[in-house]
Design a protein around this ligand. Structure first.
Ligand SMILES: [Fe+2]
Length: 262
């Protein structure tokens, strides 16, 4: 099984640019172009939040137009920049999004069980996993011991990036207590920090995916400042071979020279 992960697309409305400078929809288009040409074709894409920048219907329509070009299915979860109602309205055929409440779901149709979590705390940048959302996760984990990947926008661990660590995920310790009790959880996938990070966490491995657009400057000092950088954007491929671990490849998006060696 191959899981593609893209994150933090921050799509803006047609005619606009993020921060007046970034064509985030164009960046997403290039990510989709790269994913669409992969051989073998991924089984599914997990799209881990901050799908659009301001939660508007126009942004979600533009997001959908790009994602529809993927030649394989994709699953969406919200980030702090998303709005559940507008998201659902733009993807009415994505039944797993539900019709109200948090956007959390289990997908048992792949070799790895997929569980999406909703860490959006309305109107706030930091994420939250409240008692209700965590109780739902516990109930779902109790129904199967299949190898499982959990995906959630906000990483449950501190990355060392000062600005981000000042806004930790509310509920992360409770999530860790749950995850620790389930050794079948192969990975917790996240986004939000616009960089690739990995951590041993709660008895499993947790990781974050780069943004398809702008990356956050790696600043390991505490502080309020947050800058973005036009480092190569990227996506991740999580490759699961029978009997082996889930292996992650971080793939920069762009044209790079290749030469045959053998
Ligand atoms: Fe983001």
């Amino acid at each position: 099984m191959i899981i593609a992960q893209i994150s933090d697309m921050h799509v803006v409305a047609p005619g606009k640019q993020l921060y007046g400078a970034l064509d985030t929809a164009g960046y997403l288009a290039r990510a989709v172009d790269a994913l669409a040409t992969l051989k073998p074709t991924p089984d599914v894409a997990l799209v881990t939040g901050d799908l659009v920048n301001a939660g508007s219907p126009a942004e979600y329509a533009r997001l959908r137009a790009e994602l529809e070009r993927l030649p394989f299915p994709y699953r969406l979860i919200p980030g702090n920049h998303d709005a559940r109602d507008s998201l659902r309205a733009a993807f009415p055929d994505h039944d797993y999004l539900g019709t109200s409440g948090f956007i959390q779901y289990v997908d048992d149709s792949f070799a790895l069980r997929l569980i999406g979590l909703d860490s959006l705390d309305d109107g706030k940048v930091p994420g939250r996993l409240c008692r209700d959302r965590l109780a739902w996760l516990e109930r779902m984990l109790a129904t199967s011991d299949r190898p499982t990947v959990i995906f959630v926008h906000h990483p449950p661990y501190l990355t060392g990036m000062g600005h981000m660590d000042g806004q930790p995920l509310d509920g992360a310790f409770s999530l860790a207590a749950i995850v620790e009790r389930h050794p079948n959880i192969e990975r917790v996938l996240a986004g939000h920090v616009h960089r690739s990070t990995q951590a041993r966490w709660a008895g499993t491995m947790a990781s974050t995916c780069p943004s398809t657009a702008h990356q956050f400057v790696l600043d390991l000092n505490p502080g309020e400042r947050l800058d973005y950088a036009l480092e190569p954007p990227g996506f991740q491929l999580h490759v699961w071979q029978k009997g082996g671990p889930l292996v992650t490849h971080t793939v920069p998006i762009g044209q790079y020279e290749t030469r045959r060696l053998v």
